[in-house]
Write a protein that binds this ligand. Structure first.
Ligand code: DAH
Length: 346
Protein backbone atom coordinates (compact mmCIF):
# COMPACT_ATOMS: atom_id res chain seq x y z
CA UNK A 1 0.00 0.00 0.00
CA UNK A 2 2.63 2.47 1.05
CA UNK A 3 4.34 1.36 -2.19
CA UNK A 4 1.72 3.23 -4.15
CA UNK A 5 2.37 6.41 -2.22
CA UNK A 6 6.12 5.90 -2.74
CA UNK A 7 5.53 5.54 -6.48
CA UNK A 8 3.81 8.92 -6.66
CA UNK A 9 6.62 10.50 -4.63
CA UNK A 10 9.17 9.01 -7.03
CA UNK A 11 7.21 10.28 -10.04
CA UNK A 12 7.16 13.77 -8.51
CA UNK A 13 10.91 13.69 -7.92
CA UNK A 14 11.51 12.42 -11.44
CA UNK A 15 9.31 15.09 -13.01
CA UNK A 16 11.08 17.77 -11.02
CA UNK A 17 14.55 16.54 -11.94
CA UNK A 18 13.89 16.31 -15.65
CA UNK A 19 15.75 18.90 -17.74
CA UNK A 20 13.99 19.69 -20.98
CA UNK A 21 16.71 20.95 -23.27
CA UNK A 22 14.77 21.00 -26.53
CA UNK A 23 11.23 20.72 -27.89
CA UNK A 24 11.66 17.00 -28.51
CA UNK A 25 12.51 16.37 -24.85
CA UNK A 26 9.50 18.45 -23.85
CA UNK A 27 7.16 16.41 -26.05
CA UNK A 28 8.54 13.12 -24.68
CA UNK A 29 8.06 14.41 -21.12
CA UNK A 30 4.52 15.51 -21.85
CA UNK A 31 3.54 12.13 -23.32
CA UNK A 32 5.27 10.25 -20.53
CA UNK A 33 3.20 11.95 -17.86
CA UNK A 34 0.06 13.12 -19.59
CA UNK A 35 -0.15 10.35 -22.18
CA UNK A 36 -1.46 10.45 -25.73
CA UNK A 37 -4.11 8.65 -27.75
CA UNK A 38 -1.98 5.54 -27.84
CA UNK A 39 0.06 5.79 -24.65
CA UNK A 40 -1.24 5.78 -21.12
CA UNK A 41 0.53 8.47 -19.13
CA UNK A 42 2.02 8.09 -15.64
CA UNK A 43 -0.71 10.29 -14.19
CA UNK A 44 -3.49 8.09 -15.50
CA UNK A 45 -1.68 4.95 -14.35
CA UNK A 46 -1.30 6.33 -10.83
CA UNK A 47 -4.88 7.55 -10.70
CA UNK A 48 -6.03 4.03 -11.65
CA UNK A 49 -4.29 2.75 -8.52
CA UNK A 50 -6.68 4.66 -6.30
CA UNK A 51 -8.95 1.65 -6.10
CA UNK A 52 -6.19 -0.14 -4.13
CA UNK A 53 -5.97 2.66 -1.59
CA UNK A 54 -8.03 2.24 1.59
CA UNK A 55 -10.95 4.60 1.79
CA UNK A 56 -9.56 6.70 4.62
CA UNK A 57 -6.43 7.49 2.60
CA UNK A 58 -8.01 8.04 -0.82
CA UNK A 59 -8.24 11.77 -0.27
CA UNK A 60 -4.59 12.03 0.69
CA UNK A 61 -3.61 9.95 -2.34
CA UNK A 62 -5.73 12.07 -4.67
CA UNK A 63 -4.03 15.23 -3.40
CA UNK A 64 -0.59 13.75 -3.96
CA UNK A 65 -1.38 12.77 -7.54
CA UNK A 66 -2.83 16.20 -8.06
CA UNK A 67 0.47 17.74 -6.94
CA UNK A 68 2.23 15.74 -9.62
CA UNK A 69 -0.38 16.74 -12.20
CA UNK A 70 0.08 20.44 -11.49
CA UNK A 71 3.84 20.14 -11.47
CA UNK A 72 3.79 18.50 -14.90
CA UNK A 73 1.35 21.05 -16.32
CA UNK A 74 3.40 23.96 -15.04
CA UNK A 75 6.62 22.51 -16.35
CA UNK A 76 5.15 21.85 -19.80
CA UNK A 77 3.66 25.35 -19.95
CA UNK A 78 6.74 27.28 -18.85
CA UNK A 79 9.16 25.24 -20.95
CA UNK A 80 6.99 25.67 -24.03
CA UNK A 81 6.86 29.42 -23.41
CA UNK A 82 10.62 29.61 -23.05
CA UNK A 83 11.12 27.81 -26.36
CA UNK A 84 8.58 30.02 -28.09
CA UNK A 85 10.09 33.28 -26.93
CA UNK A 86 13.59 32.06 -27.81
CA UNK A 87 12.53 31.25 -31.35
CA UNK A 88 10.60 34.52 -31.64
CA UNK A 89 13.85 36.28 -30.70
CA UNK A 90 15.68 34.74 -33.61
CA UNK A 91 12.77 35.49 -35.93
CA UNK A 92 11.57 31.92 -35.59
CA UNK A 93 14.64 30.79 -37.52
CA UNK A 94 17.31 28.53 -36.13
CA UNK A 95 20.61 30.32 -35.74
CA UNK A 96 23.01 29.37 -38.50
CA UNK A 97 26.50 30.38 -37.43
CA UNK A 98 27.94 29.55 -40.82
CA UNK A 99 25.71 32.03 -42.69
CA UNK A 100 27.45 35.16 -44.03
CA UNK A 101 26.89 38.36 -41.99
CA UNK A 102 24.32 40.99 -42.86
CA UNK A 103 26.02 43.95 -44.54
CA UNK A 104 25.81 47.12 -42.42
CA UNK A 105 25.67 50.37 -44.36
CA UNK A 106 28.69 52.50 -43.58
CA UNK A 107 27.82 55.76 -41.81
CA UNK A 108 29.31 59.14 -42.58
CA UNK A 109 30.39 61.98 -40.35
CA UNK A 110 27.98 64.83 -39.93
CA UNK A 111 29.05 68.09 -41.62
CA UNK A 112 29.04 69.83 -38.22
CA UNK A 113 31.45 67.17 -36.88
CA UNK A 114 33.62 67.47 -39.97
CA UNK A 115 33.82 71.23 -39.52
CA UNK A 116 34.46 70.93 -35.81
CA UNK A 117 37.24 68.40 -36.39
CA UNK A 118 38.98 70.84 -38.70
CA UNK A 119 38.70 73.65 -36.16
CA UNK A 120 40.03 71.44 -33.36
CA UNK A 121 42.87 70.25 -35.55
CA UNK A 122 44.01 73.80 -36.35
CA UNK A 123 43.95 74.95 -32.72
CA UNK A 124 45.62 71.84 -31.32
CA UNK A 125 48.42 72.50 -33.80
CA UNK A 126 48.85 75.85 -32.03
CA UNK A 127 49.05 74.15 -28.63
CA UNK A 128 45.41 74.45 -27.49
CA UNK A 129 43.87 71.47 -25.73
CA UNK A 130 40.17 70.54 -25.73
CA UNK A 131 38.02 71.19 -22.64
CA UNK A 132 34.44 70.19 -21.99
CA UNK A 133 31.49 71.51 -19.98
CA UNK A 134 27.84 70.62 -19.33
CA UNK A 135 25.00 71.60 -21.68
CA UNK A 136 22.69 72.03 -18.70
CA UNK A 137 24.39 74.88 -16.87
CA UNK A 138 23.84 76.95 -13.79
CA UNK A 139 23.21 80.64 -13.88
CA UNK A 140 26.56 81.42 -12.26
CA UNK A 141 28.72 79.89 -14.97
CA UNK A 142 26.55 80.87 -17.93
CA UNK A 143 25.96 84.48 -16.93
CA UNK A 144 27.12 85.80 -13.58
CA UNK A 145 30.73 84.58 -13.60
CA UNK A 146 30.94 85.84 -17.17
CA UNK A 147 30.22 89.34 -15.87
CA UNK A 148 26.56 89.32 -16.88
CA UNK A 149 24.72 89.78 -13.58
CA UNK A 150 20.98 89.45 -13.31
CA UNK A 151 19.16 92.43 -14.88
CA UNK A 152 22.12 93.12 -17.15
CA UNK A 153 20.65 94.05 -20.55
CA UNK A 154 23.11 91.70 -22.25
CA UNK A 155 21.03 88.80 -20.93
CA UNK A 156 18.33 89.82 -23.41
CA UNK A 157 20.66 89.03 -26.30
CA UNK A 158 20.84 85.44 -25.15
CA UNK A 159 17.37 84.35 -24.09
CA UNK A 160 17.40 80.68 -23.27
CA UNK A 161 15.33 77.80 -21.95
CA UNK A 162 14.97 77.69 -18.20
CA UNK A 163 13.84 74.77 -16.11
CA UNK A 164 10.59 75.71 -14.38
CA UNK A 165 11.06 73.87 -11.09
CA UNK A 166 14.82 74.47 -10.88
CA UNK A 167 15.46 78.20 -11.04
CA UNK A 168 19.11 78.91 -11.66
CA UNK A 169 19.45 75.94 -14.02
CA UNK A 170 19.30 76.55 -17.76
CA UNK A 171 20.40 75.30 -21.15
CA UNK A 172 23.67 77.10 -21.80
CA UNK A 173 23.40 79.90 -24.32
CA UNK A 174 27.07 79.81 -25.26
CA UNK A 175 30.22 77.81 -24.58
CA UNK A 176 31.69 80.70 -22.56
CA UNK A 177 30.77 79.08 -19.20
CA UNK A 178 33.46 76.49 -19.92
CA UNK A 179 35.96 79.37 -19.59
CA UNK A 180 34.80 79.90 -16.00
CA UNK A 181 34.86 76.19 -15.21
CA UNK A 182 38.40 75.82 -16.50
CA UNK A 183 39.70 78.94 -14.74
CA UNK A 184 38.11 77.86 -11.45
CA UNK A 185 39.98 74.58 -11.60
CA UNK A 186 43.33 75.33 -13.19
CA UNK A 187 46.17 77.75 -12.80
CA UNK A 188 47.52 79.67 -15.81
CA UNK A 189 48.98 79.21 -18.33
CA UNK A 190 45.62 78.12 -19.78
CA UNK A 191 45.22 77.45 -23.46
CA UNK A 192 41.98 75.63 -24.28
CA UNK A 193 39.21 75.38 -26.81
CA UNK A 194 35.79 74.10 -25.78
CA UNK A 195 33.44 72.84 -28.47
CA UNK A 196 29.82 71.99 -27.77
CA UNK A 197 26.11 72.48 -28.26
CA UNK A 198 24.34 75.64 -27.15
CA UNK A 199 20.71 76.74 -27.02
CA UNK A 200 18.77 79.96 -27.61
CA UNK A 201 15.10 80.76 -27.40
CA UNK A 202 14.91 81.83 -31.03
CA UNK A 203 12.72 81.45 -34.06
CA UNK A 204 14.14 78.88 -36.43
CA UNK A 205 15.00 80.17 -39.91
CA UNK A 206 17.40 79.47 -42.76
CA UNK A 207 20.15 81.36 -40.94
CA UNK A 208 19.51 80.62 -37.27
CA UNK A 209 18.34 77.76 -35.10
CA UNK A 210 17.36 77.28 -31.45
CA UNK A 211 20.23 74.87 -30.99
CA UNK A 212 23.61 75.12 -32.59
CA UNK A 213 27.27 74.54 -31.88
CA UNK A 214 30.10 76.80 -30.81
CA UNK A 215 33.79 76.55 -30.12
CA UNK A 216 35.09 78.64 -27.27
CA UNK A 217 38.73 79.62 -26.97
CA UNK A 218 40.67 80.88 -23.97
CA UNK A 219 44.29 81.81 -23.56
CA UNK A 220 45.53 83.10 -20.19
CA UNK A 221 49.13 83.72 -19.27
CA UNK A 222 51.47 86.52 -18.22
CA UNK A 223 51.67 89.28 -20.81
CA UNK A 224 49.10 88.04 -23.34
CA UNK A 225 48.17 90.91 -25.64
CA UNK A 226 45.57 91.89 -28.23
CA UNK A 227 48.25 91.36 -30.89
CA UNK A 228 48.58 87.71 -29.80
CA UNK A 229 44.84 87.29 -30.28
CA UNK A 230 44.88 88.88 -33.72
CA UNK A 231 47.70 86.69 -34.93
CA UNK A 232 46.11 83.51 -33.54
CA UNK A 233 42.78 84.26 -35.20
CA UNK A 234 44.37 85.28 -38.50
CA UNK A 235 46.25 82.00 -38.61
CA UNK A 236 43.00 80.16 -37.94
CA UNK A 237 41.13 82.02 -40.72
CA UNK A 238 43.88 81.27 -43.20
CA UNK A 239 44.03 77.60 -42.34
CA UNK A 240 40.26 77.15 -42.22
CA UNK A 241 39.09 79.20 -45.19
CA UNK A 242 42.24 80.07 -47.05
CA UNK A 243 41.07 83.60 -46.29
CA UNK A 244 43.68 86.21 -47.22
CA UNK A 245 42.57 88.65 -44.54
CA UNK A 246 40.40 89.22 -41.50
CA UNK A 247 38.85 92.30 -40.01
CA UNK A 248 38.04 93.06 -36.39
CA UNK A 249 35.05 95.30 -35.75
CA UNK A 250 34.64 96.86 -32.29
CA UNK A 251 31.81 95.20 -30.43
CA UNK A 252 30.51 94.56 -26.93
CA UNK A 253 30.54 91.43 -24.79
CA UNK A 254 30.23 91.64 -21.01
CA UNK A 255 33.13 89.23 -20.51
CA UNK A 256 35.73 90.93 -22.68
CA UNK A 257 37.22 94.43 -22.79
CA UNK A 258 37.90 95.52 -25.46
CA UNK A 259 35.65 93.28 -27.54
CA UNK A 260 35.48 92.67 -31.25
CA UNK A 261 33.72 90.66 -33.90
CA UNK A 262 35.81 89.03 -36.55
CA UNK A 263 34.95 88.71 -40.23
CA UNK A 264 36.90 86.69 -42.76
CA UNK A 265 37.24 87.83 -46.33
CA UNK A 266 35.60 85.42 -48.77
CA UNK A 267 34.93 87.88 -51.60
CA UNK A 268 31.86 87.87 -53.81
CA UNK A 269 33.20 85.92 -56.77
CA UNK A 270 30.90 82.95 -56.37
CA UNK A 271 27.17 82.94 -55.89
CA UNK A 272 27.55 81.08 -52.59
CA UNK A 273 30.00 83.62 -51.19
CA UNK A 274 27.80 86.46 -52.36
CA UNK A 275 24.78 85.00 -50.63
CA UNK A 276 26.61 83.95 -47.46
CA UNK A 277 28.24 87.37 -47.04
CA UNK A 278 25.06 89.23 -48.02
CA UNK A 279 26.97 90.80 -50.84
CA UNK A 280 29.70 92.30 -48.65
CA UNK A 281 32.40 89.67 -49.16
CA UNK A 282 32.86 89.46 -45.35
CA UNK A 283 31.66 86.52 -43.30
CA UNK A 284 31.28 87.10 -39.59
CA UNK A 285 32.46 84.03 -37.72
CA UNK A 286 33.31 84.92 -34.16
CA UNK A 287 33.29 87.24 -31.18
CA UNK A 288 36.46 87.84 -29.25
CA UNK A 289 38.30 90.16 -26.91
CA UNK A 290 40.63 90.54 -23.96
CA UNK A 291 39.21 88.72 -20.94
CA UNK A 292 37.62 91.30 -18.62
CA UNK A 293 39.57 91.60 -15.33
CA UNK A 294 36.28 91.08 -13.48
CA UNK A 295 35.90 87.64 -15.09
CA UNK A 296 39.41 86.71 -13.96
CA UNK A 297 38.56 87.86 -10.43
CA UNK A 298 35.29 85.91 -10.45
CA UNK A 299 37.23 82.76 -11.27
CA UNK A 300 40.05 83.24 -8.78
CA UNK A 301 42.77 84.52 -11.13
CA UNK A 302 44.73 87.67 -10.29
CA UNK A 303 44.24 90.21 -13.12
CA UNK A 304 47.34 92.10 -11.96
CA UNK A 305 49.45 89.08 -12.79
CA UNK A 306 47.65 87.52 -15.72
CA UNK A 307 45.86 88.62 -18.85
CA UNK A 308 44.34 86.74 -21.74
CA UNK A 309 42.08 86.65 -24.71
CA UNK A 310 38.94 84.67 -25.46
CA UNK A 311 36.83 83.99 -28.49
CA UNK A 312 33.66 82.13 -29.38
CA UNK A 313 32.65 81.01 -32.84
CA UNK A 314 29.61 79.34 -34.35
CA UNK A 315 30.26 76.09 -36.19
CA UNK A 316 27.15 75.81 -38.37
CA UNK A 317 27.80 78.90 -40.44
CA UNK A 318 31.31 77.71 -41.12
CA UNK A 319 29.90 74.33 -42.17
CA UNK A 320 27.53 76.07 -44.61
CA UNK A 321 30.52 77.84 -46.11
CA UNK A 322 32.80 74.79 -46.24
CA UNK A 323 30.27 72.51 -47.89
CA UNK A 324 28.10 75.00 -49.79
CA UNK A 325 24.98 74.13 -47.83
CA UNK A 326 22.18 76.65 -48.52
CA UNK A 327 20.03 76.27 -45.37
CA UNK A 328 21.06 75.72 -41.75
CA UNK A 329 17.99 73.58 -41.11
CA UNK A 330 19.35 70.89 -43.42
CA UNK A 331 21.98 70.20 -40.77
CA UNK A 332 19.32 69.08 -38.30
CA UNK A 333 16.76 67.39 -40.54
CA UNK A 334 18.62 64.07 -40.34
CA UNK A 335 17.79 63.25 -43.94
CA UNK A 336 20.19 60.44 -44.81
CA UNK A 337 20.17 61.38 -48.49
CA UNK A 338 21.69 64.71 -47.47
CA UNK A 339 24.05 63.26 -44.86
CA UNK A 340 25.32 60.47 -47.10
CA UNK A 341 26.92 63.02 -49.41
CA UNK A 342 29.62 63.62 -46.81
CA UNK A 343 30.74 60.01 -46.61
CA UNK A 344 33.90 60.67 -48.59
CA UNK A 345 34.88 63.86 -46.73
CA UNK A 346 37.58 63.64 -44.11
N1 DAH B 1 29.71 83.92 -26.08
C1 DAH B 1 29.53 84.83 -27.19
C2 DAH B 1 28.24 84.54 -27.90
O1 DAH B 1 27.76 83.43 -27.82
C3 DAH B 1 30.67 84.72 -28.14
C4 DAH B 1 31.96 85.22 -27.57
C5 DAH B 1 32.32 86.53 -27.74
C6 DAH B 1 32.78 84.39 -26.85
C7 DAH B 1 33.52 87.02 -27.22
C8 DAH B 1 33.97 84.87 -26.32
C9 DAH B 1 34.32 86.19 -26.52
O2 DAH B 1 34.80 84.11 -25.61
O3 DAH B 1 35.50 86.62 -26.03
O4 DAH B 1 27.70 85.39 -28.53
Amino acid sequence: MSDIFAKVQEAIAAAEAETLANPEALEAFRIRFQGSKTVQGVLEQLMAEIRNVPNERKREFGQLVNTLKQLVEEKVRSTREAFESASAGSGGVQLDLSAPGEPLPLGSRHPVSLTLNRIVEIFTRMGFSVADGPEIEDDWHNFTAMNTPEDHPARDMQDTFYIVDAPGILLRTHTSPVQARVMENRKPPIRIIAPGRVFRNETISARSHAQFHQVEGLYIDRGVSFADMKQTLLYFAQEMFGAPKIRLRPSFFPFTEPSAEMDVWLGTDTEENYRLTKGTGWLEILGCGMVDPQVLLNCGIDPEEYSGFAFGMGIERQALRLFNIPDIRMLFDNDVRFLRQFAAVQ
